[in-house]
Write a protein of this length. Structure first.
Length: 669
């Protein structure tokens, strides 16, 4: 198991390999980093050092750069056209090999045959391949049970996901050891239980790219319209064509070519093929679908929001269909498939969550339209989707789909989405294209939504979160052009009134923080009762960098949560801190993996919704008002509220249920 792994050999020091070696060294393993010549290795070591220095500046590593670097030993892997004795020796000392050489099956098989001959009998041999079958790679060895896929995402140091892929003969022990090792390297994992081309992420991404091409080549839409739809209506981090340029059209071309040779059916995409043949690979070439100032100089393409004119379901139908196939064929679990697209592709929602929101009946209709209008036979709706539609499990609007839901009500406002899933309600900041920047309109709508929900006896707890990739990156500075100091004073006062309303709300308010919670976003979050942050969240009060200070309670609430000294440091430096540090300071209550954020918030809200509503409000008031007074006044307030509660029906119900050894049913009376 990974607990016994002490030494790792990484073969291939290129884009992926040097990052994997860096991760292993940070995790405390002795690392041999191998490549075909010393120049490649020296360049890799320079890039690792640069990366470590950046991580050190941000406080992301616990040891010095030199300590981490000392664990990495460069090895020239090829001499005179043959694998070297140095590589053989490194493998003989290693407990785990991770291969990260070019995506050519013959090269990988040659390496694995050599590793099989020289590595320890107990050593696991892993491939970082993104598309080639593990079974075919393992065939070159005498230990297929110890060969596994360990697919990192680029850049490995920053991307949180690793796909662990079983070949036909990979043992469960090997899978478990690889999952454990990935976790020790700070990664989250999904297990691909069957060795299908493209695994999870590339199969679903392949369908998204296929859909984008179909919409341009056969649907009459422009590249910009498709990308605008992906970014602004689906909330994806990049447009589909923008992503192809950014990652490299040649990379995707080779991956999908390898998948297609092994049975992955997809419509031909002339756009990508023409760009590939012309050497216009995207950012790396200075030109791809879009043009860039120079090779390797990325500048965001001009993709206006108003160009989002495509039905987003036409982009997502094929990916949803592919995900349904993966689930039905038991390639991966529902949870792992959704986790894979969130962490591997940066999607704000899982593919099944998108499906449930669209409605599976609409998904099936869209697939039939694609099959009919675009001539794509493999767009036939998966039997699982058809079965679910027949059974009425069509998603949120039915209360059940790939996930289970209660009765759902939705109200869309200009800047918010309010969703009631009795007995809880969600208020979603809904300006994802602006990272949910807080405007005067949003403040007004938030206040209105809170008032409406407070009057509802069927809503017992409220969750406040953000759409897309952030909770809120702060106030919308574009809304303050040509304003006077008195205008800003009024804005600050109204914002403070909102945060006070949240703080002294008569129902629990849970804040679910993902991505950025900066400036006004953090001030808004701090007014809630309980804050849950995803592991990727970054928090801060950066107003000082723009010449001003927090104006919606940041100087007061941050000092109360983290203490005056910490508050001064954060406010006066304007630095951002990761969620893990915020948890240690008491700014957030807990930190969870990104894919579990909504589930964790929902579970907590449902738990609170079972408690007596009057007692919850009393507890909030006793704590919050008590903090604003001296201990004598606070104790008197506590005693008064304590005594008042004994006049409620809920106390009688609570005591009775306790004596009867049953679960109480509180009514807020």
């Amino acid at each position: 198991m990974a607990g016994e792994v002490k030494t790792i050999t990484v073969v291939g020091a290129g884009t992926m390999g040097h990052g994997i070696a860096e991760l292993a060294a940070i995790a405390g393993f002795k690392v041999y980093l191998a490549d075909i010549n010393i120049d490649i290795l020296n360049n890799a070591l320079q890039r690792i050092r640069w990366s470590l220095e950046k991580l050190a500046e941000k406080g992301r590593i616990r040891e010095s750069v030199e300590t981490v670097m000392s664990r990495i030993t460069p090895i020239v892997s090829v001499r005179d056209g043959e694998y070297s004795e140095d590589l053989a020796k490194a493998l003989s000392e290693s407990d785990f090999m991770i291969e990260a050489i070019p995506e050519k099956l013959e090269l990988k098989q040659q390496l694995f045959a050599f590793a099989d001959k020289h590595a320890k009998e107990t050593a696991i041999l892993a491939s970082n391949t993104s598309s080639l079958p593990i079974t075919e790679i393992a065939a070159a060895t005498s230990r297929p049970e110890k060969v596994v896929g360990m697919h990192f995402f680029n850049p490995p140091v920053l991307m949180p996901l690793v796909e662990v892929v079983k070949g036909e003969k990979t043992s469960e022990e090997t899978v478990a050891a690889t999952v454990d090792l990935a976790k020790k390297m700070g990664k989250q994992t999904v297990v691909v239980k069957k060795d299908v081309p493209g695994f999870i992420v590339n199969r679903i991404l392949g369908r998204l790219m296929e859909s984008a091409c179909l919409l341009v080549e056969r649907g009459g839409y422009t590249v910009v319209q498709v990308d605008a739809t992906a970014k602004y209506l689906l909330g994806l981090p990049m447009g589909v064509f923008e992503l192809a340029d950014y990652s490299g059209i040649d990379v995707f071309y080779y991956v999908f070519e390898a998948m297609s040779r092994r049975g992955f059916r997809s419509a031909k995409c002339s756009i990508f093929e023409e760009k590939f043949k012309a050497g216009e690979y995207g950012v790396k070439a200075g030109k791809g679908i879009y043009s860039y100032p120079a090779p390797n100089k990325y500048v965001k393409p001009n993709i206006p929001r108003e160009e989002a004119k495509v039905d987003p379901l036409l982009l997502m139908a094929l990916p949803i269909n592919e995900a349904a196939w993966l689930l039905r064929e038991d390639v991966a679990t529902r949870e792992d498939i959704d986790k894979a697209v969130k962490l591997g592709l940066g999607w704000p929602k899982g593919v099944f969550e998108y499906a449930d929101e669209f409605g599976l009946d609409r998904v099936v209709e869209a697939l039939e339209r694609i099959k009919r209008d675009f001539g794509v036979d493999h767009a036939e709706p998966d039997p699982l989707l058809k079965k679910m539609v027949e059974e009425g499990r069509i998603g949120r609007k039915a209360g059940k789909g790939f996930y289970e839901y209660g009765e759902v009500e939705e109200k869309k406002m200009e800047t918010l989405l309010v969703r009631v899933e009795k007995p809880i309600a969600w208020i979603v900041l809904n300006r994802p294209d602006k990272l949910n920047a807080i405007s005067p309109k949003m403040i007004m709508e938030l206040s209105q939504a809170l008032d409406e929900l407070e009057e509802r006896s069927d809503v017992r707890a409220v969750i406040l979160t953000g759409a897309g990739r952030a909770f809120s990156a702060g106030a919308d500075v574009t809304a303050f052009a040509q304003v006077t100091p008195i205008d800003i004073l009024r804005f600050s006062r109204k914002f403070q009134e909102l945060t006070l309303k949240i703080q002294f709300y008569t129902k629990p308010v849970i804040v679910a923080i993902k991505g950025y919670a900066l400036g006004g976003g953090l001030e808004l979050a701090m007014s809630g009762d309980i804050r849950i942050a995803s592991e990727d969240a970054m928090l801060g009060q950066p107003e000082i960098n723009l010449g001003f200070i927090p104006g919606a309670g940041g100087t007061q609430r941050l000092a109360r949560l983290a203490g005056p000294a910490r508050a001064k440091e954060l406010i006066m430096t304007g630095d951002m801190i990761p969620a893990s540090d915020a948890e240690k300071m008491g700014i957030v209550n807990r930190v969870v993996p990104p894919e579990l954020l909504e589930q964790e918030a929902s579970s907590l809200a449902l738990k609170l919704a079972e408690k007596p509503p009057i007692a919850l409000a009393a507890a909030k008031y006793a704590i919050d008002f008590g903090l604003e007074s001296n201990i004598w006044a606070g104790l008197q307030l506590e005693a008064s509220l304590f005594s008042v509660l004994f006049s409620t029906e809920d106390v009688i119900e609570g005591v009775t249920a306790f004596l009867e050894k049953r679960k109480p049913k509180f009514k807020g009376r």
